[in-house]
Design a protein around this ligand. Structure first.
Ligand code: ASP
Length: 315
């Protein structure tokens, strides 16, 4: 059987260990396992890496535990503005959406942008018009309501503070989600979806939907999905930087990802992590925060679901 591999993340903004209960940890791990299983099933059945990353991210978007889809954080005006991107490493085709509201699975909309429009990136009202044309139904705001996240917003809504998953107070923080996969046909893909940051305003967009910053895939090098302080990840062009270090400098997947997360992005003040896979089935998941919700599975049967540092830093 040809090799396949899949890795997923639920954000590098994990609860600090002191605030994590056993029950909550189990909930997070179960949600990761469910998404991992859904993506792996596609790959086992010889489906494409694109389908696998979309399905896995959809499962994470449907969970209230993560800052994407159903669990998206509140903006300054009490709405939810979501960003997502998907990229196909075989064709270098990509699709992105940002500042969208009411869409249950932004990752599917980004895939439709890639496959059913002439464009790569649609935003705001225009993206929603496109969604309507594709037959998407808008969810009522209640669908995205979460008491914890609402309280998180209440504590800073009258301030100018934008709260990232990864900064200042760690309680009540949630993370962006993403997936990368290698399918049995030898193709890789990446997908990322997020609600961004609590109390964001002025149409703030992070790195997640930006091809090359939060999301990138190229069969020649790797597929990458990032999570972290978006402003820094944009300036570091993180996902593409990992790819470039492999392509131009000959680094291995693990070396390239480690160099970017543990050195380059830290030097400019960025915190977070990424997941990456290459066409040989190597997986790496470095992060420079206390934890990163993450999991992977390989066709060899090797599988890991993890949150904090002690289990492994990179694989
Ligand atoms: N990178 C995301 C953003 O800046 C946030 C996150 O990863 O939690 O929008």
């Amino acid at each position: 059987m040809n090799k396949y591999a899949i890795a997923i993340h639920g954000g590098a903004g994990t609860l600090v260990k002191g605030l994590m209960t056993q029950a909550l940890e189990t909930d997070y791990k179960n949600a990761l396992q469910t998404a991992l299983d859904a993506g792996s099933r596609v790959l086992e059945e010889k489906g494409t890496s694109l389908d696998a990353v979309e399905v896995a991210v959809k499962m994470l978007e449907n969970s209230p535990l993560f800052n994407a889809g159903k669990g998206a954080v509140f903006t300054h005006t009490g709405t939810h503005e979501m960003d997502a991107a998907i990229m196909d490493g075989k064709t270098l085709q990509a699709g992105s959406v940002s500042l969208i509201t009411g869409i249950k699975n932004p990752i599917s909309l980004s895939r439709d942008v890639m496959e059913k429009s002439d464009h790569v990136f649609l935003a705001g009202g225009g993206a929603l018009q496109f969604a309507e044309k594709q037959g998407y139904k808008l969810e009522h705001a209640d669908y995205f309501y979460d008491e914890v996240r609402y309280q998180q917003w209440q504590t800073i809504k009258d301030s100018d503070t934008f709260q990232l998953d990864h900064s200042v107070k760690k309680e009540g923080k949630f993370g962006t989600v993403g997936a990368v996969a290698l399918d049995s046909h030898g193709n890789i893909a990446a997908a990322t979806s997020t609600g961004g940051m609590t109390n964001k305003k002025w149409g703030r967009v992070g790195d997640s939907p930006m091809i090359g910053a939060g999301t990138y895939a190229n069969n020649k090098t790797c597929a990458v999905s990032c999570t972290g302080s978006g402003e820094f990840f944009i300036r570091g062009v993180v996902a593409y930087d990992v790819s470039c270090l492999i392509e131009y400098k000959g680094l291995s997947l693990e070396e390239a990802a480690k160099e970017v997360i543990q050195n380059r992005i830290l030097k400019i003040g960025g915190d977070g992590g990424l997941i990456a896979v290459d066409t040989k089935g190597n997986i790496t998941m470095p992060f420079n925060t206390e934890g990163m919700y993450r999991a992977f599975k390989k066709s060899s049967g090797e599988t890991v679901v993890s949150i904090y540092k002690e289990s492994f830093d990179t694989i």
